[in-house]
Design a protein around this ligand. Structure first.
Ligand SMILES: C[S@@+](CC[C@H](N)C(=O)[O-])C[C@H]1O[C@@H](n2cnc3c(N)ncnc32)[C@H](O)[C@@H]1O
Length: 207
């Protein structure tokens, strides 16, 4: 398979990351500021808008579908952003194996695939293992943000995250005008769907 230059960049980042073991993503790309991770970033609408709005923060997207990974990579490239990256891989692998503990300021999970059939629930992104990985990789005071239009997904995620040690539920005003929206969010808000929003704070060091 012949890879396009931007695919080669991503593959190189993957190989570097694999070689380095658990990595501090900011240090890895030569930056000193905070890092925020978006799980399942789709076409990258939120990632790119957030990176443009907060240039001091490194925004890293992880996307399992090659097609969407490429769309996000192209969007980052077009916007000329130095503080946005996207990885083509399974977010579970990234969180479990590669992200250094206590290295993220935020994790964003927006409109994860619902997997409505019971036998597919184990494929949902928010699982007990995910919750433990988020608690391990967030800094104290860091946040996990979740948005979904799917009530059963929201209920299941709240249950799992509520059971994870170290995460405390907070209020999250998802409608704040300063917060960039994802592609799905734009679409569902236009259609008037109910959107469920939650935020969990990583406790620790007096937080
Ligand atoms: C419903 S879409 C939402 C996309 C985007 N967050 C939005 O709100 O517009 C869910 C996305 O998560 C990606 N995804 C699903 N499982 C994933 C995983 N394990 N790791 C990374 N991405 C994943 C899918 O490929 C898809 O792009």
């Amino acid at each position: 398979m012949k890879l396009a230059p931007r695919e080669l960049d991503a593959v190189q980042l993957l190989l570097d990351t694999a070689a380095a073991g658990r990595v501090d993503l900011a240090r890895h790309v030569g930056r000193a500021g905070p890092v925020e991770l978006e799980i399942g970033c789709g076409k990258g609408e939120f990632l790119v808008a957030a990176a443009a709005r907060w240039p001091g923060t490194l925004f890293v997207g992880v996307e399992i579908a090659r097609k969407y990974f490429l769309k996000t990579a192209a969007r980052i490239h077009r916007a000329g952003l130095e503080n946005a990256r996207v990885l083509w891989m399974d977010s579970a692998l990234l969180l479990d194996r590669w992200i250094a503990p206590v290295s993220l300021r935020a994790v964003h999970v927006y409109f994860p695939d619902p997997w409505p059939k019971r036998r597919h629930h184990k494929r949902r992104v928010v699982s007990p293992r995910f919750a433990a990985a988020v608690a391990r990789t967030l800094r104290p005071g860091g946040s996990l943000y979740l948005l979904t239009d799917d009530a059963p997904v929201f209920a299941a995620a709240c249950e799992v995250l509520g059971q994870a040690g170290g995460l405390a539920p907070q209020t999250f005003d998802a409608g704040a005008p300063s917060r960039p929206r994802t592609g799905y969010e734009e679409k569902w808000r236009r259609e008037g769907r109910t959107i469920f929003a939650a935020r969990w704070l990583r406790r620790g060091h007096g937080v």
